[in-house]
Design a protein around this ligand. Structure first.
Ligand code: NAD
Length: 460
């Protein structure tokens, strides 16, 4: 198998070298092929997402299919602008000159993706990579096998198979792929594996984009009106439980509130969770299931630590057979517990109470830089302090997760939550080398450019 993989990759590189992927017509054809895949296979896509994750199809359209269609339409609309050279000025010593930044594809790209948005996280980088004129190998996650298999079996009917391939498999196949030379590796997954990717990439000085995880905090300031609170808490519940049951990199990991406000928050939260998922959420088709038994047991372990268990104020029930975990709220679990030191990645929401909401700044700054920071507040001073005194991939006020849907905002982390960014034009840039091209006339030069400079001795 390893030998075949090597041969396939060599053939793809040769195909790329011949310039097959660079022309605008090739790029447009692939983008349109992806649109046809999404349109013609929509029912199959919803089915595999439901098989792998119990994802409701409204959620699947909102978070994956719909966003991909939006990105494809944007890429098709803006492709010529993205591909155009950008004019640049040269200093006046280069008299009579013209310079430009010429976008050049990087070459052969490896995309390794995760299981929680198995379509989105494989195809969103692919859109950028083909818009930029590259050849691409995608290795989807083995933990969403139905989605991985659909990508591997159906995509070849829509795309140029000499330049775009899906290779299925787990970490072992990932490792094999990393032993080959790539022009860029785009990885979505855990910080732990991100470190492995980067050290393997370093052997060939291959650039990487690492879309990683971590603990995204949300701050809930004591909003003044009942409707304020209700809107905010609805959005918090949606961002915690309503996007892949909290198995999302930009899901809210924990909530920071002022002590006196915490009981109001809890009561409202309980009522609104019931409104969304009913009295018996186990019967609900609106909440995804945990991806597999391993992750189910990992989440169960987080909860069964006795000191943590005592902090459960709502939910906590689970069913191993159907991989269901009830939306759960905890108050003040120990800060040194795994619940508060590891990324939760599931429907468990710790509320941490603070004396003053401003203490949230130190709380966040004493932990690794998050992928996203959310704050529900009307306090302008607090907002400005959060933007200027904390560091995160993104900051969103009064909502959560919506930044992922924006083509106009770069999506990516900082520090342990990632390196690099994509979405919209940033995706094109991620897979592009802007080559500096300077052109000069041979007509003339300033006299002082070349020696002799005999009359200009420094008198010391
Ligand atoms: P993971 O790191 O275990 O796996 C990610 C991918 O890497 C999979 O395709 C897997 O097969 C592959 N892989 C695993 N070990 C490998 C190795 N040694 N060599 C090469 N490839 C290897 O992560 P996961 O469980 O799929 O995803 C969960 C993590 O991903 C969470 O931390 C989450 O926050 C993060 N995530 C981040 C984003 C983002 O956009 N920033 C999106 C989704 C998930």
């Amino acid at each position: 198998m390893e030998k075949d993989l090597g041969k396939e990759i060599m053939e793809m590189r040769e195909y790329y070298r011949k310039g097959n992927t660079k022309h605008v017509t090739w790029r447009r054809a692939q983008l349109k092929g992806l649109l046809s895949f999404l349109a013609e296979k929509e029912v199959e896509i919803f089915t595999v997402l439901n098989l792998d994750l119990g994802k409701n199809y409204v959620e699947a359209f909102r978070d994956e299919v719909g966003l991909l269609k939006k990105s494809l339409n944007l890429a098709l609309k803006d492709l010529r602008t993205w591909m155009a050279s950008k004019e640049a000025k040269l200093p006046s010593i280069a008299l009579l000159s013209y310079a430009e930044l010429v976008p050049e594809p990087l070459g052969l790209i490896l995309v390794i993706s995760s299981w929680n948005f198995p379509m989105g996280l494989s195809l969103e980088p692919l859109i950028g990579a083909i818009a930029a004129g590259n050849a691409v190998v995608i290795k989807p996650s083995e933990l969403a096998p139905a989605s991985s298999s659909l990508l591997a079996n159906a995509l070849p009917n829509y795309l140029d198979t000499q330049a775009i391939k899906v290779i299925e498999g787990g970490p072992a196949v990932g490792q094999q792929l990393l032993h080959h030379k790539w022009d860029k590796i785009f990885f979505t997954g855990s910080t732990k594996v991100g470190r492995i990717i980067m050290s393997e990439a370093a052997k060939n000085l291959t650039p990487v984009t690492l879309e990683l995880g971590g603990k995204c905090p949300a701050i809930l300031d004591s909003l003044s009106w009942s409707w304020d609170k209700e809107v905010a808490i609805n959005r918090i519940i949606g961002a915690k439980y309503g996007s892949c049951a909290g198995q999302a990199c930009i899901s809210i990991d924990y909530l920071l509130v002022e002590k006196p406000f915490s009981s109001t928050v809890m009561e409202l939260m309980k009522a609104l969770i019931k409104k969304m998922y009913g009295d018996n959420p186990r019967e609900s088709h609106s909440i995804s299931r945990i991806i597999n038994k391993h992750h189910f047991l990992r989440l169960k372990d987080l909860l069964t630590d006795q000191k943590v268990k005592d902090c459960i104020v709502y939910g906590g029930s689970m069913d191993e057979d159907s991989l269901f975990i009830e939306p759960t709220i905890l108050v003040d679990p120990p800060l040194e517990s795994a619940m508060m030191t590891e990324e939760i990645f599931g429907p468990l929401l710790p509320i941490i109470t603070l004396d003053k909401i401003e203490d949230s700044i130190d709380f966040i700054n004493s932990r690794p830089k998050p992928l996203a920071l959310y704050a529900f507040t009307k306090n302008k001073v607090l907002k400005e302090r959060l933007v200027s005194e904390t560091s995160s991939g993104s900051v969103v006020f009064n909502d959560a997760i919506i930044q992922f849907a924006a083509d106009t905002l770069p999506f990516g982390g900082i520090g342990e939550s990632g390196i690099g960014k994509y979405h919209g034009t940033f995706s094109f840039d991620t897979f592009t080398h802007y080559k500096a091209v300077a052109r000069r006339s041979l007509l003339t030069d300033f006299w002082y450019r070349f020696p002799p400079w005999n009359n200009y001795k420094l008198e010391l």
